[in-house]
Write a protein that binds this ligand. Structure first.
Ligand code: SF4
Length: 470
């Protein structure tokens, strides 16, 4: 059964007409849009499309919500903390609405793709003008127009549509030399702790020709780093195969590498069950693909992996790591770990620490398990908070030692970095990233931003390297 609905060019054109209507509505007034984005890179990419559409409607992006005429809050549902933060920010915007009644406030993204959160917003935030779920993003101009024109609140949840793909929407990318490219949407995996398949629908891949064209354009515009995005990026193409084509993520990467230009490719997020040897071979062969692999482990215990419905085990995961290191000895490997999943015993947790030591990750992103309403894990017996917190600290301590050992060997070496800009914590320094995605701080001139620089490393800390221009 074909699940993906490709939004037709007529439907996209219709949205352009709504963009013109909004623009005319304000009669050339100077207008500003402020977008607050929570969550993952997919949400960042979605916000860039929302911003692109807002610009077409006559709004200028601003970083100051107080001067905005339109505020969009693009939410995340992966952890409760992110939801509460989004609701708290929404609460803080109430006084802006009181000062400027013409201000339009909209909430979108994963959090409000859940019925109970839609109800929360409806009841507790009466000044929010409109709300729409992730599959409605392409209809943002129409939704905004209806909210403004009809002067009533509009709430558009997903309609049970298994998912759609809209091509040709305008994009306003964040300044800089890095670009996100979404290559697929949704997820079929139903990990028992995760709401993503419920709020973003089933997996659907963009057509290869559309992705290649977008990357070609970005390369021609001078973008130096292009990150391919998907909730489950390496299962790209499976749904295309169902339509009779045989084209997978490794094929896509190979074709992207044929595009002329001086750019580097990264991708996220991968699932170990879909990380094939073919994909690793393409990475090893193609100099344009950064030698960095983020491969979420989540737990080192086969029992917990089964309870999480992750569909791989330690042995499979370690085989992938061995194969990667055999083909790319200098590859950096990072991961995600959930601590305190329901039923996690001391032995299960020790298995996770054991995996940390065996793999020797360059970095880990660790999270305390947080129950998500409507997921199977939310019904399972929780681990007491005190035990979760103590394990979390042990995990961090273990990883700190591993990372410190790994980076110590880098002192004295020369590292080529792509210079990103001024350091967020010390503006006297520039910050760049190595191909392995290691952060490097050094002193230098703004003229280096967006270019490559060779740095001699003088100091190494687990989360950052420090050095001097060579
Ligand atoms: S792979 Fe699992 S954790 Fe990742 S988005 Fe899909 S269901 Fe969520």
């Amino acid at each position: 059964m074909k699940q993906t609905r490709l939004i037709s060019s007529e439907e996209v054109r219709e949205q352009s007409e709504y963009m013109q209507k909004v623009r005319s509505f304000w009669g050339g007034r100077e207008l500003y849009v402020y977008i607050e984005t929570f969550g993952c890179q997919q949400n960042e990419a979605d916000s860039e499309r929302l911003c692109g559409m807002a610009v077409e409607m006559g709004y200028t992006p601003t970083t100051d919500p107080a001067e905005a005429d339109l505020i969009l809050i693009n939410t995340c549902a992966v952890r409760e903390h992110a939801e509460l933060k989004a609701l708290s920010i929404t609460g803080q915007f109430k006084h802006l609405k009181e000062k400027k009644p013409s201000l339009q406030i909209g909430i979108c993204g994963c959090m409000v793709s859940q019925e109970h959160r839609k109800e929360d917003v409806r009841r507790k935030y009466p000044y929010v003008n409109f709300l729409f779920g992730t599959s409605m993003l392409w209809r943002f101009p129409q939704i905004l127009w209806e909210a403004m024109h009809a002067k009533r609140r509009t709430f558009h949840l997903d309609t049970g549509d298994p998912g759609n793909i809209a091509e040709g929407l305008p994009v306003r990318r964040a300044p800089g030399h890095k670009a996100w490219v979404s290559i697929m949407y949704g997820c079929n995996n139903f990990c028992t702790y995760c709401v993503v398949p419920y709020v973003r629908g089933r997996e659907r891949s963009r057509q290869p020709a559309c992705i290649l064209e977008e990357v070609r354009t970005l390369a021609a515009e001078g973008y130096r780093e292009i990150t391919l995005l998907g909730q489950n990026v390496n299962s790209y193409g499976k749904d295309l195969a169902a339509e009779g084509e045989r084209y997978d993520f490794a094929d896509l990467l190979s074709d992207i590498c044929k595009i002329p230009g001086d750019f580097q490719i990264r991708f996220m997020t991968s699932h170990p069950k879909d990380a094939s040897e073919k994909l690793i071979d393409v990475m090893a062969r193609e100099p344009k693909i950064a030698k960095a692999f983020h491969l979420p482990l989540q737990s080192g215990s086969d029992n917990i992996l089964r309870a999480m419905n992750r569909v791989y085990n330690r042995e499979h995961y370690l085989h992938l790591i061995d194969y990667m290191r055999e083909k790319m000895p200098d590859i950096a490997i990072t991961t995600d770990i959930i601590v305190g999943f329901p039923g996690e015993t001391e032995e299960d947790f020790e298995d996770t620490l054991d995996m940390l030591r065996r793999v020797g990750y360059d970095n880990i992103y660790s999270f305390l398990y947080s129950p998500r309403k409507g997921t199977p894990a939310a019904e399972m017996t929780p681990v007491p908070q005190a035990i979760k917190s103590a394990r979390f600290q042990r995990l961090l301590d273990t990883q700190y030692e591993i990372a410190a050992r790994k980076v110590a060997g880098l002192v004295g070496t020369l590292q080529t970095v792509l210079v990103e800009g001024r350091s967020k914590t010390d503006v006297t320094r520039l910050t760049g990233r190595t191909e392995q995605n290691r952060l490097v701080h050094f002193e230098g001139d703004d003229a280096l931003i967006g270019r490559e620089a060779v740095i001699r490393i003088t100091r190494a800390e687990p989360h950052a390297l420090f050095g001097e221009l060579e």
